[in-house]
Design a protein. Structure first.
Lengths: 819, 235
């Protein structure tokens, strides 16, 4: 027979069930669209980042002087002069400060970082600044600044505003811009990815302006080096290291590669890690679509079973008989793939927009559509429904003609109903029907429940991820603030003796009306360092706190705050202990700065004994008693003050009072750090929220299809009920009852499935992806209830959508009264 | 009890207009056992649909128990069927998810007599000889048993009009006879029993035979040769 004949017949099959076909095509489209839309994120982001780093001339090497150290600009340039392979050297002066960026509408007092850059010859030429608004800095500019774009955008600031730095220094913002090392803003020494765009203002100024502001005329503390094309950075680094050791023997320097720039590393890793997660999500969508397609296709074929039997009786080859249902499957698959293309483009646009909202890049690659992802998704989208059709087709054509002609397989058995034989369930016969219908067709029920459960599992997975992220943040918040929720950390611009006059000034801080602002103030030290293990090195922020602190001490999961017997003890996080494979009583090596004199520090390694494990899930936090700080050379010194504000005193009040204090560079509430973490997770949280909506839609489509097919399968039963005068709403509510059971079963199975996936995902992937955080896997009761209500609710109420279809049934022809 | 006044039913099938009933008028009284005879396409099923309020006439009136059902709304037709009509179908149309007993209980529940549904349904099944099979699912019953369940379901409504569309069409002779006996016995309870069939032999046991051809009544009266006994039927 001609293929056109079968095509026409298959097309008619499609038209007869067009609504279900459209629904299943949309399900496939959601799967393929999501897969294609999410599949190309990594390549697009990486291409865009490559482009941005290339155009902005990311440094090849960076020389950072130890905290508090400065070197003469000319000496530095001279020390690095003539090194083979070095194309360009640019010194910088980078100083942390407090910034007042308040406008008429809002009070903005934040930490800031002033970066003095070489503006000669259109510079900076290394780590260039991409101007997003206004104009670049010129050599002639004094007390002019370019403000980092993300910070400005966060607070809706435009160029043309004026910033005031600590000490009352005003800067005119002439432009907004981004440079490579701050494409993602990560405060140094925190040891983990913290987006600080809202609480860290990066301010680029001409180098002489920076030196003048900080009275470091002729001094720098950072150098950027660009190598000639093809030069090996490792060999140049050795040469640079040697030159600096010879020229600046008293100053500890750290030389890092541009490729190891924390923001760059984070962004590339994030793109890859996000992609892994998005792939998982997309695959689940495809799985859901495949199951839904399987459901529909299986039923389509079952409905054709009688015709297949007639065909077999007439001697039509089995292969030909299989063509028609296979063509239906193929047509559905193609339709789904065609629908999938615009959906893919829509998802690409939406997720691309989200990425740029959270991580704006100065340059983006042309297209976000990743053809390999779409082709892979389209192939899957076509293959899966086809596979779904093949199985029941194979079963049908392998029956004897007589068996096949008996028609619908479901009507030939009572399924699991035989278990209920003789058992009278409560309620009328209408009340019996939902459960009985479900039990009568266990295979169909199982496939439908599986389809719903995939949607619910996805929903629970997304809700669980959100809960886990937010729950972990809450635990971190609790760990940091449990005894003093309003605790503020005042960071000093250097290391001061704890009895220094400037420190005492702060302790006695009072408002204009002489009312004290701070109730308790204690000195402390905050040092960045690295815990060195055999297999791993962990960035850490070590806080030294007074042993008898009245304000705050870390809460311990196990161990104690100090080591008995005189050894210096350190309290580390559980995650750090696990990753370093150490426990209480073990020792670890801490690499940390050692103070050799004013403005002179070098990094040394000290072996410490682990005295306790604290309850903060953020890996990078460690704690040591201040009285044991001798090993840092900073005994009796402080670079932070920890304070509790007086009741009713706000952070902003304290910031304003300390803004002009010569020793203070930042005043922050502990909660700010956690705000930053929320920003890190913001992109994923937003994507997850979009996913939730899509998943609900998927659940609805699966439920709609299931209900719609149920009605088709039972159309004569429905018509019979109508013939006896059963009200349409009674029939609809029977369907609602049936769907409620399906929804409950799907939700239970989906919740279990979701929990397993969540745990597996967290355990296997998140530990790698978010290595700085010990994720506390959580699904809140709210999420459970929401998944249950939505899962059961959406599925249960779907028959209401089909109520109109029910009311339009042609009773006589359905009953075949006219024969 | 049932009055049809010049009932016309026209269907539009593409560009062709089909007249299924071409001005049918008749009157059926309480307690009558009426057989409507006709070949395929004669309009007999359409007539049944009109009386059962499953379909609306294009012209004319259908009056049941003094109530013109021709222009009832869809919702009113549902109520009317629930209160006045019971159907028996050629292909039984039982609910496969329910047992025989539950299928009959469905009809009792429909009438809002849920509290007595179990007892009434069981009695009905016993009256059709299925007392021992009431907890079986429909696919576990023979064709005749299924049709008896369908009759029990129809009777359980207690409605005064019983409409049967080819009730023996799917059954063998012996089982068909049993079904006809059941239907005939319903006349004694005062019900109208209207059987649509193409089987002329069945019409021999009717009180009245209405023969349709091309949507017109061609004859209406007692069976030719007088009412026969069921035992005398052969086909």
């Amino acid at each position: 027979m001609k293929m056109r004949f079968w095509l026409r017949w298959a097309w008619r099959d499609l038209r007869r069930r067009w609504l279900q076909v459209i629904a299943i095509a949309i399900i496939i489209a959601l799967g393929t669209g999501m897969y294609a839309g999410l599949g190309g994120q990594e390549s697009w982001r990486i291409e865009s980042m490559d482009l941005s780093y290339e155009k902005l001339q990311l440094h090849d090497l960076k020389v950072s002087l130890a905290s508090g150290s400065f070197a003469d600009q000319e000496d530095m340039i001279a020390a690095l002069d003539g090194i083979e392979g070095v194309a360009h050297v640019e010194p910088r002066l980078i100083m942390d400060t407090l910034v007042d960026a308040s406008t008429e509408d809002q009070s903005i007092l934040v930490s800031g970082r002033v970066i003095g850059v070489d503006t000669g010859a259109g510079g900076p030429l290394v780590d260039r600044i991409h101007i997003d608004g206004g104009r670049p800095l010129t050599e002639k500019d004094t007390y002019k600044a370019v403000l980092e774009t993300k910070f400005a955008r966060y607070y809706n600031l435009e160029h043309g505003i004026q910033l005031t730095l600590m000490g009352g220094i005003d800067l005119d913002v002439v432009g907004l811009g981004q440079s490579p090392e701050y494409l993602y803003i990560m405060p140094e020494h925190i040891g983990f990815a913290v987006a600080a765009e809202s609480n860290l203002a990066i301010i680029y100024v001409p180098l002489p302006t920076a030196q003048e502001i900080y009275q470091r005329q002729g001094l720098v503390n950072d150098v950027r080096i660009q190598l000639t094309e093809g030069e090996d950075p490792f060999s140049v680094r050795s040469e640079v290291q040697q030159r600096l050791a010879d020229s600046l023997p008293d100053i500890s320097t750290q030389i890092t590669f541009g490729e190891d720039d924390p923001a760059r590393v984070f962004l590339y890793a994030d793109a890859e890690e996000d992609q892994e997660m998005l792939n998982l999500i997309a695959i689940f969508f495809l799985l859901g679509a495949a199951l839904a397609a399987f459901n529909l296709a299986g039923r389509l074929v079952e409905s054709q079973r009688r015709e297949i039997g007639i065909g077999m009786a007439l001697g039509v080859p089995r292969l030909w008989l299989a063509v028609r249902p296979l063509l239906v499957g193929l047509q559905i698959a193609f339709l789904g793939t065609i629908f999938g293309l615009p959906l893919a483009l829509a998802f690409i646009r939406m997720f691309g927009w989200m990425v740029l909202e959270f991580m704006p890049l100065p340059y983006t690659a042309g297209t976000m559509l990743h053809p390999p992802s779409f082709i892979k998704a389209a192939a899957l989208g076509i293959f899966l429904p086809l596979l779904a059709v093949m199985i029941p087709v194979w079963q049908a054509v392998n029956l004897s003609p007589l068996e096949a002609m008996k028609g619908h397989i479901a009507a030939k058995s009572s399924g699991f109903n035989r278990w209920l034989k003789g058992l009278r369930l409560p309620g009328s016969s209408f009340a019996q029907m939902p459960l009985r219908n479900i039990l009568r067709t266990p295979k169909r029920t199982f496939i439908t429940v599986l389809g719903i459960s995939v949607a619910i599992a996805l929903l629970l997975l997304f809700l669980g991820l959100l809960d886990t992220f937010l729950g972990t943040l809450n635990q971190a918040n609790h760990a940091m603030t449990y005894r003093s929720p309003d605790r503020v950390v005042i960071t000093l611009n250097s290391f001061y003796p704890t009895n220094h006059e400037l420190v005492r000034d702060i302790e006695g801080l009072s408002a204009d009306n002489d009312e004290p602002l701070l109730s308790d103030t204690e000195p402390g030290l905050m040092l960045g360092g690295r815990m060195l293990g055999e297999a791993e090195e962990i960035e850490t922020l070590v806080e030294f706190y007074p042993a008898q602190s009245n304000i705050w001490r870390p809460a311990l999961l196990e161990g104690s705050l100090e080591v008995e017997g005189g050894d210096t003890g350190i309290v580390i996080s559980r995650k750090a202990a696990e990753d370093l494979d150490v426990g209480i009583g073990d020792t670890l090596t801490l690499e940390h700065p050692y103070r050799e004199g004013p403005f002179a520090f070098r990094n040394i390694e000290t072996t410490l004994t682990i005295s306790g494990i604290h309850d903060n899930p953020l890996r990078g936090f460690s704690y040591i008693v201040l009285e044991e700080a001798a090993f840092t050379g900073m005994e009796g010194y402080a670079n932070i003050l920890v304070s509790n504000p007086e009741p009713s005193v706000t952070l902003s009040q304290i910031q304003r009072e300390l803004f002009t204090h010569p020793a203070v560079i930042s005043v922050e509430a502990l909660s700010n750090i956690l705000d930053s973490f929320e920003e890190v997770l913001g992109l994923m949280i937003n994507i997850l929220r979009v996913m939730q909506g899509s998943v609900l839609f998927l659940a609805f489509l699966i439920a709609f299809n299931s209900t719609s097919i149920n009605i088709d399968d039972r159309i004569r039963e429905v018509a019979t009920m109508f013939a006896f005068g059963t009200r349409p709403r009674t029939v609809t509510w029977t369907q609602v009852g049936e769907n409620t059971i399906l929804g409950v079963l799907g939700t239970i199975l989906g919740s279990l499935l979701g929990w397993v996936i969540l745990n597996q995902l967290m355990i296997s992937r998140m530990e790698v992806m978010l290595e700085e955080i010990e994720l506390l896997i959580t699904v809140t009761p709210y999420s459970m209830i929401m998944a249950a209500v939505l899962g059961v609710g959406v599925v249960a109420l779907t028959p209401l959508v089909s109520a109109r279809k029910l009311s339009r049934i042609d009773i006589p022809s359905t009953l075949r009264v006219m024969e | 009890m049932i009055v049809l006044e010049n009932v016309v039913k026209r269907y539009s099938m593409g560009e062709v207009n089909v007249v299924a009933l071409g001005g049918v008028s008749l009157e059926i009284n309480q307690g009558e056992f009426v057989v409507v005879l006709g070949t395929s396409g004669s309009g007999k099923s359409t007539l049944l649909n009109m009386i059962g309020a499953l379909d609306s006439s294009t012209e004319g009136h259908v009056v049941i128990n003094g109530r013109d059902i021709t222009r009832l709304s869809r919702a009113e037709k549902f109520t009317f069927r629930r209160e006045a009509i019971s159907f028996i179908f050629q292909t039984f149309n039982l609910f496969p998810a329910l047992t025989a007993l539950e299928n009959v209980q469905f009809a009792v529940d429909l009438k809002g007599r849920g509290s007595e549904s179990n007892g009434t349904a069981a009695k009905m099944l016993e009256s059709v000889g299925l007392g021992e099979r009431m907890n079986h699912f429909t696919h576990e019953l023979s064709g005749g048993e299924q049709q008896r369940v369908a009759i029990a379901r129809a009777l359980a409504t207690g409605n005064p009009i019983l409409l049967a569309d080819e009730p023996t069409g799917e059954l063998d002779f012996r089982t068909g006879i049993q079904i006809l006996q059941l239907l005939e016995s319903q006349v004694e309870t005062g019900r109208v029993v209207l059987v649509v069939t193409h089987n002329r032999e069945i019409s021999r046991i009717a009180d009245r035979v209405i023969e349709l051809s091309s949507g017109q009544i061609v004859s209406d009266g007692p069976p030719t040769g007088g009412k026969a006994d069921i035992a005398d039927l052969h086909w």
